[in-house]
Structures are given as C-alpha cells and as structure tokens.
Design a binder for this molecule. Structure first.
Ligand code: HEC
Length: 149
C-alpha cells in the first residue's frame, strides 16, 4: 500500500518537472521572433546598407564586398564589430580583394541584431539568430583579422 502511494507521488513529481521543463523550453523558443527581427532589419538594410552592398547583397566587385554567401558572415563577433565600429584594411571575399573602408553606424543593440539577422538569412544565407544581448559582449571579444574604422 505504502509503495503504491510513493510511486504515484513520484509520478506526479516527474510529471510536474516535465511540465516545467516544457514550459521553459517553449518560452525560450518564443522569446526571439526571427521573422519579426528580419522584417525590421530589412528596413534598416534598405536605408543604411543597400546603397553600397546592393539589393541582393551582391555588392560591387572590387569596391563594395558582397554580403550574400560570404565566409565572414559566419564569424558572429567580427560581423557585429564591423557593423558597429566600421572596418578598414584589406580583405579577400569570395576570391576578390577589397581594400576600402566603411564608417561605423549609429545603431542600438536591437537594430544591429535585426539588420544582421536580415543579412544572415537572406539571398541564400542561413544563420542562427543574433540576439540583442549578444552585441555588447561581442564588441569586447577578441577578433583576429579585423581593424575598426
Ligand atoms: C558607403 C558604402 C557602405 C555602406 C553604406 C555600408 N557598407 Fe559595409 N562595407 C563597405 C566597404 C567599402 C567595405 C569593405 C571595407 C574594407 O575593404 O576594409 C564594407 C564591408 C562590410 C562588411 C565586411 C565584409 C563581409 O562580407 O563580411 C560587412 C559585414 C558590412 N560591410 C556590413 C554592412 C552593413 C550591415 C551596413 C549597413 C548598416 C553596411 N555595411 C553599409 C561599404 C559600405
């Protein structure tokens, strides 16, 4: 008799733990809405980036590097630094040399996250979301092969 009660209490506890776990998991996935972020990011891109990097992220060979399908997009920290602090100096992108400069942009954490989520998930690019909370830590991280503007 005692054993049966013990077992059902345990089952109840287990059920409760699983329930909490599911709840936490659900909220974690719902907190960040990538689609909404990309939509806001598109507006920022069109206003502040498109004049150089072009509508499809194709850039202008030898002058403005492409943002579509480039290796640099995978390096989150570098990407965040480039967007917030600008960049200068030589870089080779998809086999083409660039040696220009790009000024920094006045964007808050959420705007940086939005515009990068748009870039990283458009024109054939696919990247996990960059959250607003990741921007400041990334600016402090060390990044090789990068010079700010
Ligand atoms: C006035 C032209 C101009 C504008 C506007 C501009 N860029 Fe750039 N961007 C450049 C140039 C030039 C470089 C290459 C700099 C170099 O050679 O060192 C560059 C490089 C980059 C790179 C690094 C290359 C790569 O493929 O990863 C990223 C990322 C980038 N820009 C993102 C942005 C974003 C995001 C915006 C808008 C917020 C933006 N750029 C707006 C001119 C521009």
């Amino acid at each position: 008799m005692k054993k049966t009660i013990g077992l059902s209490t345990m089952k109840l506890q287990l059920f409760f733990i699983l329930f909490l776990f599911t709840l936490v998991l659900c909220s974690f996935y719902q907190v960040f809405d990538l689609k909404a972020s990309m939509e806001r990011g598109k507006t920022i891109y069109e206003a502040q980036c498109m004049s150089c990097h072009m509508a499809e992220g194709e850039g202008l060979e030898g002058i403005f590097p492409p943002l579509a399908k480039t290796d640099y997009l995978n390096d989150k920290n570098r990407l965040i630094k480039v967007t917030v602090l600008g960049v200068r100096g030589p870089m080779k992108i998809n086999g083409v040399d660039y040696n220009g400069e790009m000024t920094s942009f006045d964007l808050n954490n959420e705007q940086v996250s939005d515009v990068l989520n748009y870039i990283r998930n458009s024109w054939g690019n696919k990247g996990v979301p960059i959250l607003p909370a990741e921007i400041q830590p990334a600016l402090k991280a060390s990044t090789k092969d990068y010079r700010p503007y």
